[in-house]
Write a new protein. Structure first.
Length: 197
C-alpha cells in the first residue's frame, strides 16, 4: 500500500446546502445504508424530481422469484450494465460490488440511521406489505422477516460498516459522501432541493 492509500479517507460532505447543490449536479447517485432506513423512498423521490432512472439492487440486480439469488457472474454483469447508463440513482448495499459501482458514481448518500430506526422501518414495511411484494423487490419475493435478517440489521454497524468504509476509501475517496442519520435531515435536504427547483 502506497502513502497515498494510507492517507485516503471517504470524502464526507457535512453541509446540507452544499450536498443539495451536489445532488442537483449529480448524474449518477448511490444510496447505501441498513435495511429499513428509507433508502428506496429517498431514491425514488430524487429519481422522480431529477428524471433519473431508478435502480433497485434488490429488484433489478440480486433476486429472482422465490427469493432465489442470481448467480454471482450474472449479478456483476447486471451491475455493469446498469451503471453504464447516463443518469441513474441506485439504492442497495453489497459493499463487495462497490468497486464496480463507484467508478461511475458522482455522489454517495449513506443512510446511517440508528439501529432502532432500521428495526422500526423493517417492521412497518413488513406490516404494510405482509404477504405481498413491495415495489422495490423482485416479483415473487413477498415481504418477510426471519432471524437471519434481524441479525443482519443488529450487526450492521459492526460487520457491514467497516466494509463500506474500506471500499469507499479504496475506490471512492474522490467521490462526495453525504451521511444522513435522521429523517429530519432527509426532509431538510428535500426541502432545499424543492426550494432550488
Amino acid at each position: 500500500m502506497d502513502q497515498t492509500s494510507k492517507l485516503a479517507t471517504p470524502n464526507y460532505v457535512e453541509d446540507l446546502a452544499k450536498a443539495a447543490a451536489l445532488v442537483q449536479k449529480a448524474e449518477r447517485i448511490l444510496i447505501i445504508g441498513c435495511s429499513g432506513t428509507g433508502k428506496s423512498t429517498l431514491a425514488k423521490a430524487l429519481a422522480e424530481q431529477f428524471g433519473h432512472v431508478y435502480i433497485s439492487m434488490d429488484r433489478d440486480i440480486f433476486w429472482l422469484p422465490g427469493w432465489k439469488l442470481r448467480p454471482r457472474e450474472e449479478i456483476q454483469q447486471r451491475i455493469r450494465d446498469a451503471v453504464a447508463g447516463p443518469r441513474w440513482i441506485m439504492d442497495g448495499n453489497s459493499p463487495g460490488t462497490l468497486p464496480i459501482r463507484l467508478p461511475r458514481t458522482d455522489l454517495v448518500i449513506w443512510r446511517r440511521a440508528p439501529r432502532h430506526v432500521a428495526f422500526l422501518g423493517v417492521f412497518k414495511r413488513w406490516w404494510k406489505y405482509h404477504g405481498k411484494t413491495r415495489p422495490e423487490m423482485a416479483p415473487g419475493c413477498p415481504e418477510h422477516i426471519d432471524l437471519k435478517f434481524l441479525r443482519y440489521i443488529w450487526n450492521f454497524e459492526r460487520k457491514e460498516v467497516p466494509q463500506f468504509e474500506e471500499m469507499l476509501t479504496k475506490h471512492g475517496s474522490h467521490i462526495p459522501l453525504l451521511t444522513l442519520s435522521s429523517f429530519r435531515e432527509i426532509d431538510r435536504l428535500l426541502a432545499l432541493l424543492q426550494t432550488a427547483a
